[in-house]
Write a protein that binds this ligand. Structure first.
Ligand SMILES: [Mg+2]
Length: 378
């Protein structure tokens, strides 16, 4: 089966009012995606999604569209997708894209996940089977990632999350440290002592601020300190880990295998957060997770508030990858719940802390292209 055509659709989708995100990166009230449709010479359709957030990855919907339309797609036309060894086909796709452009993680991941979708459809198998088969159930536990809200809102949201059954709550910090500490304390009081509490600074703190905050929050039993310090500063994150004894997770500074290697070389983290969009594809995420496993470093998934296609890509990766430790450290895998409307004719089941992928061939998402076309990002 050969790639015959590639279409790109920039879209914008508002977040539900009570799901709007505030973090060290700023406010996030609507998402912008490029939805990708790859057609083959045997008329199969593969779907991919790039969540484009410039302050996170440097990519914009217009940049992603131009990168795919003008640079990546022309190089992929005619390429063979062979189900005998899907990893070989995907590696060839990745090599072709990497030879043309560095980075552009989300643009590449959209094309790569569409190719996995096609390989699964051609083989009549879900993508997790192509990745080696399931090692955990198709129902995946998720944490809730709460914005850096004022105390009244944080308290109300924490109460609602407990009622919805979440056993892990992540709180955004990384801003003014006194307010951050007060927010985390409020959430801990509201969720009680048993539930897990994760905090995420999105690079917003210095090492000294993070160490101070974690000392102040000792009685709140923070399970994971996610990305306390700036991108690229391996010594700073390692310093936080050494000084506090709190588990440190690298996220915003780990896009590829080289970053993962450097993190380990610096003893900089206990955990690494991955997901296909950020890492440039399912295979590349998997490569990082397997590398981490060989060094006894666990992984879980982060998120850029994906829609159904990229959430399914995360789900298939989790189901087939033992070292994605979502039972102990639930990840962010309920992006579709953030949005006013969905993209799939049969949406993923996202029910409080549970997200369920299907055993249908490919990624299992039947895209409603009318919805995509009706919500352009211009
Ligand atoms: Mg994060």
């Amino acid at each position: 089966m050969r790639i015959a055509s590639i279409e790109t659709y920039p879209v914008r989708i508002p977040l539900k009012a009570d799901h709007r995100m505030i973090s060290a990166l700023g406010r996030h009230d609507e998402s912008q995606f490029v939805v990708v449709r790859v057609l083959t010479d045997n008329v199969l359709e593969g779907a991919g999604e790039a969540t484009a957030t410039p302050r996170w990855s440097g990519e914009t919907v217009w940049g992603v569209k131009a990168m795919i339309d003008r640079v990546l797609a022309p190089a992929l036309f005619g390429m063979d997708l062979n189900t005998d060894d899907p990893f070989v086909s995907i590696k060839a796709i990745d090599a072709r894209m990497d030879a043309l452009a560095i980075h552009n993680w989300f643009a590449k991941s959209a094309l790569e996940m569409a190719c996995w979708d096609l390989l699964g459809k051609q083989a009549g198998k879900p993508v997790y089977d192509l990745l080696g088969g399931p090692c955990r159930p198709l129902v995946i536990p998720s944490r809730f990632s709460m914005g850096a809200y004022d105390l009244t809102t944080a308290k109300r949201r924490a109460k609602e999350l407990v009622a919805q059954g979440f056993d892990t709550v992540k709180v955004k910090v990384g801003g003014e440290v006194k307010q951050d500490i007060a927010r985390v304390r409020t959430v801990r009081q509201e969720i009680g002592p048993e539930r897990k509490l994760v905090i995420d600074a999105n690079c917003g703190w210095s090492a000294e601020t993070a160490i101070h905050a974690l000392h102040e929050l000792r009685d709140c039993h923070v399970l994971i300190m996610e990305q306390p310090t700036p991108d690229g500063d391996y010594e700073a994150i390692a310093h936080v880990r050494r000084e506090t004894g709190v588990k440190v997770m690298a996220d915003d500074m780990c896009f590829n295998l080289t970053h993962a290697r450097e993190l380990l070389r610096n003893d900089a983290c206990d955990l690494i957060s991955v997901y296909p969009g950020k890492n440039g594809g399912i295979r590349k995420s998997r490569e990082i997770v397997e590398f981490a496993a060989r060094h006894d470093i666990g992984c879980t998934v982060g998120s850029n508030l994906e829609w159904d296609i990229a959430t399914a890509a995360m789900g298939h990766l989790i189901v087939a990858t033992p070292n994605l430790l979502v039972e102990e450290y639930p990840g962010d895998i309920h992006g579709p719940a953030y949005y006013e409307f969905g993209i799939a004719k049969k949406p993923l089941r996202v029910d409080g802390p549970e997200t369920e992928i299907t055993d249908r061939p490919g990624l299992g998402i039947d895209v409603d292209w009318d919805v995509v076309r009706r919500n352009p990002c211009q």
